[in-house]
Design a protein around this ligand. Structure first.
Ligand SMILES: Nc1ncnc2c1ncn2[C@@H]1O[C@H](COP(=O)(O)OP(=O)(O)O)[C@@H](O)[C@H]1O
Ligand SMILES: N[C@@H](CCC(=O)OP(=O)(O)O)C(=O)O
Length: 372
């Protein structure tokens, strides 16, 4: 069996607390150095990689001299703020060894639930990838309370996978992958090589968190795979302690548990747009733009828009119609209706002068649009 990572060109790699902090003993610099070397190798092979790393709370507890993980949210937040400094420093140093720059991105649940912030997070991450920078993501623990926490970084990894429409999510943990039962408790547990993400039988197999430093256990990884599949991404759960795990996966070796997505990315995107979009306005396209969007699936530029109807904000969903009123596509706009009225019919070079700033050259990016 071949690894789905072999063909993936955009990847999210998630490393859990137990690995990053060597079971709570403080940052495992040797492990961090290994992943940096491996990610550098994937990038040399032309893959784009985003790293989601846990470990801030465990590292913070270590730095503060706390032997046990606190229960109070404010103490966890304080530990995360202290520990995140260590994480960022360590990754920056290790990636620099390979001539790579890193960027710290701290996200909350609300950032991904709000359309405008969602688009902003997405454009920042895509810009960083285009600049060949490795984004390193964690939850912004300082500003979240229990009710709105991702809680575990498996969920965060899956949402980032959806956000940037990655081809695959690689969850590195302290086990080889998924077993039919928790191998720490059941020595007869069988290894699962491949399954379909979202198969309810998987949830039965996954117990709670196995280690004292991690939070999610295998259950959150299975749910993460199901979420990642919503945007058509496959998930691999593998051991972060395995030598050259990422490059071996990229070579096509079928290590770890591979959870394949039942839907393709395009079908998933269409479904998502169809399910979630409440249309708040319409853009009328000239004949050229209507053909380009419908037949070549291009982004929509302001120059091709001859009318703006309704009141909408950046990030809201609008319909794109041709001059006869026939719907051609729908998508998320980069500009509000007021801005769109000012820039319609104008070439890209005139946008900055008209508005005094430039958000993006496209009115709707092709990645945020489905043609009908
Ligand atoms: N079916 C299962 N297969 C493998 N591991 C399981 C299973 N059920 C529970 N686990 C436990 O999940 C743990 C990994 O989760 P966790 O400690 O949260 O790691 P991380 O910090 O990497 O997110 C394993 O060490 C294991 O004990
Ligand atoms: N934001 C937290 C990560 C939460 C967490 O422990 O996640 P996980 O690696 O899934 O067990 C931290 O950096 O400590």
């Amino acid at each position: 069996m071949h690894s789905v990572i072999h063909t993936a060109s955009r990847l999210v790699v998630k490393v859990g607390s137990s690995l990053v902090t060597n079971d709570g003993k403080g940052l495992d610099r040797v492990a961090l150095a290994r992943w940096a070397a491996e990610i550098a190798e994937l990038k040399r092979r032309g893959k784009e990689v985003v790293l989601v790393s846990s470990g801030a709370i465990a590292e913070g507890c270590q730095r503060l001299g706390w032997s046990r993980r606190p229960k109070a949210v404010h103490e966890l937040q304080a530990a995360a703020a202290v520990g995140q400094m260590g994480l960022a420093q360590a990754y920056e140093t290790e990636f620099r060894e390979h001539g790579l720059k890193t960027a710290q991105v701290l996200l909350t649940h609300e950032d991904l639930a709000d359309r405008t912030r969602y688009l902003n997070a997405r454009s920042t991450l895509t810009a960083l990838l285009a600049l060949n920078v490795v984004p390193i993501i964690n939850e912004n623990d300082t500003v979240v309370t229990d009710e709105i926490r991702f809680g575990d970084n498996d969920t965060l990894g899956a949402l980032v996978t959806n956000l940037i429409e990655a081809d695959a999510l690689v969850i590195l943990t302290d086990q080889r992958g998924l077993y039919t039962a928790d191998p720490r408790k059941n020595p007869n547990a069988q290894f699962v090589h491949e399954a379909e993400a979202g198969d309810p039988a998987l949830e039965e197999m996954a117990g709670g968190a196995g280690s004292s430093v991690g939070t999610g256990g295998m259950y959150t990884k299975i749910v993460a795979a199901k979420r990642a599949a919503r945007s058509g991404a496959a998930t691999v759960i593998a051991s972060g302690r395995e030598q050259n795990v990422l490059s071996r996966l990229a070579d096509g070796e079928g290590i770890g548990t591979q959870l394949v997505a039942p839907t393709t990315r395009m079908a998933a995107r269409k479904q998502w747009l169809a399910d979630h979009l409440k249309l708040t306005g319409r853009l009328v396209l000239d004949a050229g733009a209507a053909v380009a969007v419908r037949e070549k699936h291009t982004s929509l530029l302001p120059i091709g828009v001859i009318g703006v109807e309704g009141d909408f904000l950046r990030g809201e969903a609008v319909a794109c119609v041709d001059e006869t009123g026939h719907e051609v596509a729908r998508g998320l706009v980069n500009y509000s209706s007021d801005e769109a009225r000012l820039i319609m019919k104008k070439p890209t070079r005139a946008l900055e002068e008209t508005l005094g700033y430039l958000v993006e050259p496209e009115l709707i990016h092709r990645d945020n649009m489905v043609t009908l």
